[in-house]
Design a protein around this ligand. Structure first.
Ligand SMILES: *Cc1c(COP(=O)(O)O)cnc(C)c1O
Length: 457
């Protein structure tokens, strides 16, 4: 395996050349998926007894397979939550792979974990959480939300023997991300949804608690507020929710997987007031902190509570806990044991560029949303559904039916021009299909936005 032969050297050079080409290209194509049978017909058998050779396999990747992906960092990819990892972070992702670091325990991964801690300290400082708060990097927001919910539930169970035999219950709003419901299912927890896609306010939450039966109230242990809904960028009234949680003795989780990056932006930081009251917070560096996939994070006000829930026991693990006790063991604070040091690319990029550059890049995303809003107001064929919130813009093409939006999305995608996907917005009892922009990439231009809007005429 470790014999350095000529083929391997050439392979390494090819890979580096490809990588450098890809990250320095300013006009890479928006690829599109093909059916699995079509891809199979193009590439043939790739896994054989003898191997097809690196050059052949790599050429298949470049010629066919790579093109069947939609790059999330394309400046006209404004669908879902796109991404824009820095070149520094991407290059250091390669270093992370090459270094073969086991990121579970300090004993094995001290150097890498040290860097993660440096980056995490900055993230924690953005939240305003009190001294002692800390977090770990996860595979994404879903894993972070699950880790936080399980920590909350285990804490609740430890408070009262009766809770150990009860099924837990949490409250959130319908604006919350789908992963909250999905992870509640994994943890076997019931979810009560406050019926608003708009900002979750204290009054609605208080009413929702009041409407629970006595038994449900006993089972209620946490409230999840959203720090930037994925659909519309709406930040719940975190201060009011935090205050209610404090009074009602409930765990307060803030899901800021998408919006958390905006904590660095002075222009919108006040919208997150109250986040410092949270017991746990999810932030995805792979969304708005310019990290490559995958990198999420969960931060706890009291990390020791997470440790009680997540620390794994096993005789073969004792050695790590003895020697490793001299340092921080990320495995103890989330659901994964073996883990990549996912925070390492973020650390390098932060160290290289400085945090001011992150501030500027996030502010640019916010500004692009305002620019889009102004363009939409000027153009007669489109109108805003609501004012831009964080970097999300919901707007309608006047006169269009749902199928018109779908058709337009596919046409633009087919041409390799842009990827902008429709979504639904709920008002009262009705759902309206609308168009949506989400800006992350600071390289998106006003011209890009204008061209996209003009393609709807
Ligand atoms: C994207 C998102 C998630 C899920 O995060 P993944 O990294 O995709 O697992 C959770 N919550 C919110 C608010 C999100 O925007």
């Amino acid at each position: 395996m470790h014999k350095i032969d000529l083929e391997l050297v050439e392979m390494t050079l090819d890979v580096m050349k490809y990588t450098i080409g890809r990250i320095s290209s300013t006009n890479h194509k928006i690829g599109k998926p093909k059916k699995a049978e079509e891809l199979k017909a193009l590439v043939g058998e790739t896994i054989t007894n003898e191997g097809i050779g690196g050059e052949v396999a790599f050429n298949l990747w470049k010629k066919h397979l790579m093109k069947a992906n939609v790059p999330v960092d394309h400046p006209r990819n404004l669908a879902f939550v796109p991404a824009a990892p820095t070149r520094a972070a991407i290059m250091f992702d390669l270093v992370t792979s090459a270094s073969s670091i086991h990121g579970a325990y300090w004993m094995e991964g001290a150097g890498g974990i040290f860097c993660e801690i440096e980056a995490m300290r900055w993230m924690v400082s953005l939240t305003g959480l009190p001294e002692g708060a800390f977090g770990v990097f996860t595979s994404g927001g879903t894993a972070a939300n699950l880790s936080a919910i399980v920590a909350a539930r285990e804490n609740w169970r430890s408070l009262d023997d009766q809770n150990k035999v009860e099924k837990g219950l949490i409250i959130t709003s319908i604006g919350a991300h789908s992963s909250i419901k999905a992870m509640a299912k994994v943890a076997d927890i019931d979810v009560v949804l406050v019926d608003t896609e708009d900002r979750l306010e204290g009054e609605a939450l208080q009413n929702s608690i009041k409407n629970l039966t006595a038994h449900e109230r006993k089972r209620l242990f946490a409230v999840v507020g959203t720090g930037g809904t994925t659909n519309a960028g709406i930040i719940d009234d975190l201060f009011a929710i935090g205050t209610i949680c404090e009074n009602e003795n409930l765990w307060f989780h803030v899901d800021a997987a998408y919006g958390g990056g905006a904590l660095v932006a002075d222009s919108v930081r006040h919208l997150f007031n109250g986040i410092e009251m949270a017991d746990s917070i999810t932030i995805d560096p792979h969304k708005w902190m310019f990290s490559p996939y995958d990198c999420g994070a969960v931060i706890y006000k009291k990390p020791e509570l997470a440790k009680k829930a997540h620390s794994q026991e096993g005789s073969y693990l004792d050695i790590f806990k003895d020697e490793g006790a001299h340092g921080f063991n990320p495995t103890d604070y989330q659901i994964q044991l073996t883990r990549r040091v996912r925070g390492l690319p973020l650390w390098f990029s932060l160290a290289m560029h400085g945090t001011d550059r992150y501030k500027q890049a996030v502010e640019r995303g916010l500004e692009l949303a305002q620019i889009a809003g102004a363009l939409i107001e000027k153009m007669p064929h489109v109108e805003l559904v609501r004012d831009p919130s964080l970097s999300c813009v919901l707007y309608r093409r006047i006169g269009w039916k749902p199928e018109d939006y779908t058709h337009w999305t596919y046409e633009n995608h087919k041409k390799g021009f842009a990827l902008v996907a429709p979504t639904k917005w709920k008002t009262g009892d009705s759902f309206e299909t609308v168009s949506r922009f989400c800006f992350i990439n600071p390289d998106t231009t006003e011209k890009d936005i204008q061209l996209i809007l003009e393609s709807m005429v």
